[in-house]
Design a protein around this ligand. Sequence first.
Ligand SMILES: [Zn+2]
Length: 180
Amino acid sequence: MKFVMPGDKVGYKEEFVLGEGVYEENGEIFAAVAGKIVVKDKVINVEPVKIIPEIEKGDVVLGRVIDVRNSIALIELSRKKGLDRDLKNTGLAALHISNVQNEYLKDLNSAIRYMDIVKARVIDEKSLKLSTKEKEMGVVKSICSVCKHEMLREGDELKCPNCGNVERRKLSSDYGKGKW
Ligand SMILES: [Zn+2]
């Protein structure tokens, strides 16, 4: 039994038929959820396995974006709201492009970027699926992709006080407040 995290490569398109809990990008197959690989009649699935015992469905969590793919952002969880310490077991959670905001989102990079700190709701505690659709959920801290300076909120956008660069995100109503 092999455990995988969201974003782990599990095979190639030529080898398998895509089942549940996986997605394909450029001929490669990746886990969309945390769990174990199950192959049956060439159909590859990742069956969700709960890997962070402290996390329940409905929890609000905080984490850092470590990768943004075409359809999912991978977020390394560190905190859970109501818990005054870091999580004992850390793990990668997945934010799918369809769970970022209520409005249609064409490009994930226009809402979430590498190194952003994100506040999110856990919608599936086994597969570690997140949602940032609520007003309070989304990016709470972000750095400029040009000069790495911390970005400040200006209306619906972020502006870099150092180089003037302007970027968009799915912003949490807590952005820049230093609390979450
Ligand atoms: Zn900048």
